[in-house]
Design a protein around this ligand. Structure first.
Ligand code: PAF
Length: 338
């Protein structure tokens, strides 16, 4: 049954597709998505393929996690291209990929409503600036996990708060599944890959390049303090990042240093060996009068995560002064995937 794509639009079809795997206790990896698959999603699916011979990918634009109707309407929908990507992963990785493409009625038989709330870790960052968003995420992830019953759930670290919320959800709802967190994938200009990036025009894309740059500036600030063994004030970390974002066309929604597990503001300075999440959400002006909200983060004190970001910034050519103070240049053309 390997090396093929199976599309399922409802739970009965999903149960049929997964019956043999379940009967034989074959591991099932699950990647939830809202479609518009990009190479970041592909990396998640390929990672899932290393964890299990059967990979379920859901494609469902979840209405209950959008706080604005126009954001939901503008969300890109590219189902045919998405299925092509999944078929290619199935073929090249020699795994069975099950594309679960439910309608709203399948996920919400009683009508779309967010019925779950994960407390505490949803009080700040996106939880504060997008009220109800994580209730919708928790509700849909719970419904999807109930339908798929995977052994491992693969999600990306770009949405760090979502990852923490889902981790809590697994405990609260008793889902016996391992949560596997995959590193953020960045384009050649260091911008974190997101389905929303397709809505950026050329000048907005240039502005967006300041987001990873801001995080990188904060990493340098922390590394400087770490080298002297001094704690670094949260305000100093945030100020180091804010400079790159202070420009016409960018509106910072939040830029905060928080405890990475509890998602609350850091109580004191960041110790030289301490860990914290620097998280950012920015509205990037695009087109005549539009904007796109992008998020990104770096886990300070997680040397591998810091280094991945710095490497991406170093690999992104810069415009402007030779001292590197310019923003990274436009992405180089990518080699075809596959
Ligand atoms: O990260 C996303 O794409 C969505 O929030 C998710 C997890 C698929 C739930 O709709």
């Amino acid at each position: 049954m390997s090396g093929r794509l199976v599309r399922c639009d409802d739970r009965a079809a999903l149960d049929t597709a997964l019956a043999a795997a379940r009967a034989e206790a074959t591991p099932i990896a699950f990647v939830p998505t809202m479609g518009a698959l990009h190479h970041g999603h592909r990396a998640l699916v390929e990672r899932a393929a290393t964890l299990a011979p059967v990979v379920v990918v859901s494609i469902f634009v979840n209405p209950t996690q959008f706080d604005a109707a126009d954001d939901l309407a503008a969300y890109p929908r590219t189902l045919d291209a998405d299925l092509d990507v999944l078929a290619d992963v199935a073929r090249t990785r020699d795994v069975t990929v099950v594309a679960f493409v439910p309608t709203v009625d399948v996920i919400y038989p009683d009508g779309p409503a967010a019925t779950l709330h994960v407390p505490d870790v949803t009080d700040h960052l996106c939880g504060a600036s997008r009220p109800g968003h994580f209730d919708g995420v928790a509700t849909v992830v719970d419904a999807l996990l109930t339908a798929v019953r995977p052994t491992v759930l693969v999600m990306g670290r770009k949405d760090h708060q979502q990852l923490v919320v889902v981790g809590r959800l697994l405990t609260l709802r008793g889902h016996a599944v391992t949560l596997d967190a995959a590193p953020t994938v960045r384009d050649d200009d260091a911008v974190a890959v997101s389905s929303r990036n397709t809505r950026l025009d050329a000048s907005a894309r240039t502005l967006a390049r300041r987001i990873p740059r801001a995080l990188g500036d904060a990493v340098h600030e922390v590394r400087g303090a770490r080298a002297t063994g001094d704690p670094v004030a949260a305000d100093a970390v945030v100020a180091a990042a804010r400079a790159a974002l202070t420009v016409d066309g960018l509106t910072v929604d939040y830029l905060e240093l928080v405890d990475a597990e509890r998602i609350v503001p850091l109580a004191g300075p960041l110790a030289p060996d301490g860990e914290a999440l620097l998280a950012v959400a920015v509205h990037v002006r695009t087109g005549a009068d539009g904007s796109v909200r992008l998020i990104d983060n770096v886990r300070l004190g997680d040397v591998a995560d810091e280094q991945r970001l710095l490497d991406a910034l170093a690999a992104a050519p810069t415009d402007g002064p030779a001292d590197g103070s310019g923003v990274p240049r436009a992405p180089r053309p990518r080699a075809p995937q596959g």
